[in-house]
Ligand binder design. Structure first.
Ligand code: GRF
Length: 190
């Protein structure tokens, strides 16, 4: 068995998709950490029976918040740290400490459209192929090594909402797959 901790900031649909898929394996999601107090991901955690922790970034510097996150990571000692809609940039201290163990999903085909508007920028582009990227996390904004991408071809007549739905479908398909594969690999290495 290998274990993962998931970091979120809001809705938590990827957190749920990953947790449900991992529950069908011998691996385990041991905790969910969220920086937003009223995030829907807490409701999902409760339903999934996964312990959840709120770590606020409000009114203090990143270092203090990251110390609290790191204390939880030290406690759970996960094989994999999964960022799923986590909207904070981790410092190089954190990404160096957990190098090769932190992954993220981005709603665009990196290196195109990094940052917080990946869906809108993909939609506004002339690209006919859109998609999502799972990548390792370094201290840059969506700059870490790409692990896997999934794309689809758009007709051009879709609305932004339709494109968003297709992007989330791609995310919910490949992110659980990659997480399980990396947990399998971590288990093999034990
Ligand atoms: C996803 O589109 C993800 O790619 C981006 O933030 C969104 C999170 O959605 N980083 P959710 O919280 O998993 O529903």
């Amino acid at each position: 068995m290998a274990e993962a901790v998931i970091l979120t900031s809001g809705n938590g649909s990827n957190f749920q998709a990953i947790s449900e898929a991992v529950a069908r394996t011998n691996h385990k999601i041991t905790a969910m950490i969220c920086n937003k107090k009223d995030a829907y991901s807490f409701v999902r955690a409760e339903k999934l029976g996964i312990p959840s922790y709120h770590v606020s970034y409000l009114g203090r510097d990143r270092k203090a918040a990251e110390k609290e996150i790191d204390d939880l990571l030290e406690r759970f000692h996960p094989d994999l740290i999964v960022l799923a809609g986590f909207m904070k940039l981790l410092s190089s201290e954190m990404t160096d400490k957990y190098e090769g163990k932190i992954i993220n999903i981005h709603p665009a085909l990196l290196p195109k459209y990094p940052g917080t508007h990946g869906i809108e920028e993909s939609f506004a582009s002339a690209d006919t192929e859109l998609g999502v990227t799972v990548h390792y996390v370094d201290s840059g904004m969506d700059t870490g090594k790409v692990i896997r991408q999934k794309s689809f071809v758009r007709s051009g007549s879709e609305s932004l909402e339709e494109i968003e739905t297709r992007i989330h479908e791609c995310e919910h398909e490949i992110y659980p797959q990659v997480v399980i594969e990396l947990l399998d690999r971590a288990e093999e290495g034990k």
